[in-house]
Ligand binder design. Structure first.
Ligand SMILES: CCCCCCCC/C=C\CCCCCCCCCCCCC/C=C/C(=O)SCCNC(=O)CCNC(=O)[C@H](O)C(C)(C)COP(=O)(O)OP(=O)(O)OC[C@H]1O[C@@H](n2cnc3c(N)ncnc32)[C@H](O)[C@@H]1OP(=O)(O)O
Ligand SMILES: Cc1cc2nc3c(=O)[nH]c(=O)nc-3n(C[C@H](O)[C@H](O)[C@H](O)COP(=O)(O)OP(=O)(O)OC[C@H]3O[C@@H](n4cnc5c(N)ncnc54)[C@H](O)[C@@H]3O)c2cc1C
Length: 655
């Protein structure tokens, strides 16, 4: 069937090449090209297609389908991608397995990275190759039923037995059961387990251990281990998140991951070079999250924008034909600022992935000085990005009207998976407060006359801006944001300090200032996102692409400043706010002809999108009918439930 002419016209009105834009989104022409090649190659392999729509499957079927594809994938892995390239591998996974989770999700994202960051050279020799060849399947078991956030209160113990040189693992209470780790329930046979290291009755706190959970031949749990699936979740049901308990389960001393902390055979403990070095796997995932969430948001927007260009409802001036709903200003206001955010998140994602890779090298060379900065940055970023992604996806769903609520749109699934990110890798409020610690410390440095020692990301906290040029360009908007973030950070810090000086304990003062502190963290992070977006656009060479991204940037800066209006009342007059509001409406109109091309540029395939509404060819209605007919409920005209219950009920009512 040919392409819906409404989409053809949209594509014709685009002012730039989508391949050139994809090269900007994905960091290089080479990677953008590789993505297309991988997608093309996969589309020719029928075993990679869903055997029927995932949304009609039970959990068991989803997991089985994911395992079937993983097995097929193992035959093609080396021929489809450069296996040393993490981004290629992730693209392959996204295309073939989608976003509902699968039994290798944690193997690749946390198990292998933990071995790389935390295992000694000898340990890597023993396990890393096996993991990379997928001879073993691993997961990351840290969270317990009773504690996820407060790692210091984890209850699982690993007690060193000097006589046998083994650790004895125990789960002393119900609440100490590991709870949530992905792929733990039914798939993984090994795990990185975070447990309290105890030597001679002294608790050295949580440390990582390499633990075999299941027999490598029979896959049965080993004696001393209780393991299973925690049941269905809001989404992500293709993954078997699990529980795990230990009863006097022994592992050799050599199974504590010993790149940084060590226990010698006589039971001596050697401290790591930085107290939080064992948290690196979390920082690794957090540093990926802006990218991954940006792609979730992008997926929902591809669906909503394409659909809005083929959905006609109501009239503007021309009464002879209904308009595309994308022409309504309210629809544009609902969707276009999110397109800008998706671009900005992906740009930030590339930046934090690069920073993590650099930090990993630095730490391996004994330099831990960058850890605090990256921890603060990624804590704030994961919190803001996951929250705004959730907001944006939900708006995209509503922008699709009734059909958005149908699983045919697939938006609810994207939403369910994406908002998991508000919780995993550190609950958002908690992570905002981690960044706030860093911001408060920065203010204290300024108060103590040490402004010059501030890092580049917080130097603006020491500056002073009281007036803004009315002729606003992106850099002036940045100044508006700096003003807001600076003001809020000072106010929140002063509130905290005042409470503390009034005699309150540090902890209580912190708690009573915490809402204000989280607001400071959000503004600081949004400032970082805006500044990364501006810098990125500044570096683009292709003038057509750059022109459109400047238009998109204008949507971004005007929308974001309007959104934080309450924080800039002392800086901007109501006339200036009106001016910005009008600039936003003009920017929405300017970007309108490029809207479809901007989402096409994400180059997310139909196979990955799984959306009837978001199809690239725009042939929504005939496929929606086809999709509904494939619902298992339509296999028969008269359901057994009707024969068994409704008919007798109706018959009885007749008497
Ligand atoms: C060949 C390559 C192949 C690759 C292929 C990859 C394939 C991938 C597969 C699929 C991808 C396809 C995409 C599909 C979509 C699917 C997406 C969904 C994926 C789902 C995955 C979910 C995985 C989830 C996993 C988890 O959730 S694991 C558990 C995470 N848990 C947490 O995050 C706990 C949060 N809590 C904490 O981190 C800490 O407790 C704390 C809040 C930081 C507090 O710690 P504490 O020790 O108590 O410290 P404090 O006293 O508060 O602070 C003291 C001090 O330390 C500093 N600090 C803290 N942390 C750090 C750190 N990390 N680094 C540096 N410094 C740190 C802190 O700032 C304080 O400093 P000051 O004293 O100076 O203020
Ligand atoms: C989809 C998914 C996948 C996951 N995968 C894994 C995995 O593979 N491995 C693993 O180990 N774990 C995993 N987890 C667990 C996850 O990391 C934790 O659930 C998460 O860190 C939050 O911790 P919690 O559940 O203890 O929340 P809680 O801390 O109990 O949060 C409850 C509320 O308390 C608030 N709160 C808690 N502490 C503070 C504080 N100090 N100050 C202010 N407010 C506070 C929070 O803000 C929140 O509002 C996964 C979770 C999900 C949802």
């Amino acid at each position: 069937m040919s392409e819906n002419p409404d989409l053809t016209n949209e594509r014709a009105s685009g002012t730039f090449e989508t391949n050139a834009m994809a090269a900007v989104i994905y960091g290089s022409e080479k990677f953008a090209q590789r993505r297309r090649e991988i997608t093309e190659a996969i589309s020719k392999i029928p075993e990679f297609q869903d055997s029927h729509p995932l949304v009609f499957m039970s959990r068991e079927e989803k997991i089985s389908e994911a395992c079937r594809k993983l097995a097929v994938l193992s035959n093609y892995w080396n021929s489809l991608i450069d296996t040393s390239d993490e981004e290629e591998a992730l693209h392959l996974y996204r295309e073939v397995l989608g976003l509902e989770g699968h039994p290798l999700a944690l193997h690749e994202t946390m198990f292998i990275p933990s071995l790389i960051a935390q295992a000694s050279d000898e340990q890597q020799e023993k396990w890393l190759g096996r993991a990379q060849r997928r001879e073993i399947i691993g997961c990351y078991a840290q969270t317990e039923m009773g504690h996820g956030t407060n790692l210091r209160a984890l209850e699982t113990t690993a007690t060193f037995d000097i006589s046998t040189r083994e650790f004895i693992l125990n789960s002393p209470t119900i609440t100490s059961l590991k709870w949530w780790p992905g792929a733990l329930g039914k798939s993984a046979n090994w795990s990185i387990v975070i447990a309290n290291l105890i030597i001679k009755e002294h608790n050295y706190g949580p440390h990582p251990f390499m633990v075999q959970l299941r027999d490598e031949k029979s896959h049965e749990p080993l004696p001393g281990i209780t393991v299973g699936d925690i049941g269905p979740k809001m989404a992500f049901n293709g993954a078997d998140n699990g529980f795990l308990g230990f009863k006097n389960y022994r592992i050799p001393r050599e199974n504590m991951l010993m790149r940084h902390s060590k226990v010698t055979s006589d039971g001596s403990y050697i401290k790591p070079p930085h107290a939080k070095i064992g948290y690196s796997s979390m920082v690794k995932v957090r540093s990926r999250m802006a990218m991954d969430q940006g792609l979730f948001l992008a997926s929902a927007l591809v669906i909503a924008v394409r659909y809005s260009a083929v959905r006609r409802q109501g009239y503007l001036e021309d009464k002879s034909r209904e308009v595309k709903v994308l022409d309504y200003q309210t629809q544009q206001h609902r969707l276009f600022p999110s397109i800008a955010r998706a671009y900005a998140f992906i740009f930030c994602g590339f930046e934090t992935i690069r920073l993590y890779d650099q930090l990993l090298i630095d730490v391996q060379n004994g330099n831990t000085s960058g850890m605090a900065d990256l921890h603060a940055l990624t804590s704030g970023l994961k919190s803001v990005v996951t929250y705004q992604t959730g907001e944006g996806i939900e708006q995209a769903r509503m922008a699709c009207g009734g059909h958005g609520y149908s699983m045919a749109s697939y938006i609810s699934e994207i939403y369910g998976v994406a908002i998991g990110g508000c919780t995993y890798e550190g609950e958002n409020m908690v992570m905002l407060l981690q960044l706030a610690r860093y911001l408060v410390k920065s203010i204290e440095m300024i108060q103590n006359g040490k402004s010059r020692e501030l890092g580049p990301m917080v130097a603006y906290l020491a500056e002073n801006e009281s007036e803004i040029d009315l002729n606003l360009g992106p850099n002036e908007y940045l100044k508006v944001f700096e003003y807001a973030a600076r003001n809020q950070t000072w106010r929140a810090t002063e509130k905290f300090q005042k409470l503390r000086n009034s005699g309150m304990s540090n902890e209580e003062a912190w708690n009573q200032a915490s809402v204000e502190l989280t607001r400071a963290s959000r503004l600081h992070t949004r400032l970082y996102i805006m500044s990364t977006f501006i810098n990125h656009v500044g570096s683009i060479v292709d003038q057509k692409v750059k022109g459109v991204l400047i238009d998109l940037l204008n949507v971004h800066v005007t929308y974001e400043v309007m959104d934080i209006g309450i924080y800039v009342q002392g800086l901007l007059s109501s006339n200036q706010m009106d001016l910005i509001r009008n600039q936003l409406y003009v920017s929405l109109e300017t970007i309108r002809p490029n809207a479809v091309s901007l989402v096409d540029s994400f180059q997310i395939s139909d196979m990955q999108l799984r959306s009837v509404l978001g199809r690239r060819d725009g042939n929504v209605y005939e496929n929606l009918f086809k999709w509904a007919k494939s619902s298992p409920l339509n296999k028969t005209d008269v359901l057994p439930s009707v024969t068994q219950y409704l008919k007798p009920m109706m018959e009885k009512s007749k008497l």
